[in-house]
Design a protein around this ligand. Structure first.
Ligand SMILES: C[S@@+](CC[C@H](N)C(=O)[O-])C[C@H]1O[C@@H](n2cnc3c(N)ncnc32)[C@H](O)[C@@H]1O
Length: 215
């Protein structure tokens, strides 16, 4: 049951704020369940760019996916927290490191995820990151992205507003810079394989979409 999973995943986080955030995120956001569905038949290693507190990795482990997962984030506080939680949950083959995705990516061949981080990048940085990530997808693998999409919707305005609140509350180190459109993803990723873009907002008010590149 989702409430039990949320409780289990939140419990090892040291601060009350992080525990509350993790429990609410697992209960209300369809993100991790959607990534699970995309990756559940794969045994390729996963590179999670902008992994934050490492929640995707812990979620996938709790749901029985055991491929190696490497998470990178430029916020060292979140990486320290992810390391502590990984040790507490005694999961194998999880690694978290502090790394700024604007300075390039490590070698990798497998699946790649980019969840809710592209808004912090300029258009040129987004294009570079997407091409670098796509080049690290193995044959038969996927690049799984979630992003707010820039369009005329009310959902988009709410997405931008809430990203500014996240910065003002110091939850995020940076304010949003630029939101890509659906056409940006198709243009940049189609040369690498088959691309699909679909809504992924569940019961949230945001303009979030799932973008999947399959090689
Ligand atoms: C909204 S959070 C999403 C966290 C995680 N992907 C998830 O969905 O649970 C965005 C994350 O991107 C990270 N981030 C932003 N810019 C980054 C960069 N240039 N390099 C690495 N991480 C970055 C932030 O520190 C933050 O943890």
């Amino acid at each position: 049951m989702i409430a039990d999973l949320a409780k289990k995943l939140a419990a090892p986080f040291p601060g009350t704020w992080d525990r509350t955030y993790v429990a609410s995120k697992v209960k209300t956001d369809p993100l991790y369940g959607a990534v699970y569905e995309e990756l559940r038949t794969s045994d390729l290693p996963l590179l999670d760019l902008g992994c934050g507190l490492g929640l995707l990795a812990f979620y996938l482990r709790e749901r029985g996916l055991n491929f190696p997962i490497r998470g990178l984030d430029y916020d060292s506080r979140k990486i320290v927290s992810a390391d502590k939680v990984a040790a507490a949950l005694i999961h194998q083959h999880l690694a978290f490191s502090t790394h700024d995705a604007r300075s390039g990516l490590p070698e990798h061949s497998g699946n790649v995820s980019i969840l809710d981080i592209l808004q912090f990048f300029t258009p040129a940085e987004q294009e570079t990151l997407l091409n670098l990530a796509a080049a690290r997808v193995a044959p038969g693998g996927k690049l799984v992205i979630r992003s707010g999409l820039r369009d005329d919707s009310r959902r988009f305005k709410i997405t931008v507003f809430c990203d500014y609140i996240a910065k003002a509350s110091f939850w995020m180190k940076a304010a949003p810079t630029h939101y890509p459109t659906a056409d940006d993803f198709t243009r940049i990723l189609s040369p690498h394989g088959k691309v699909r873009v679909e809504p992924l907002w569940g019961k949230t008010p945001f303009n979030n979409h799932l973008i999947v590149l399959e090689k």
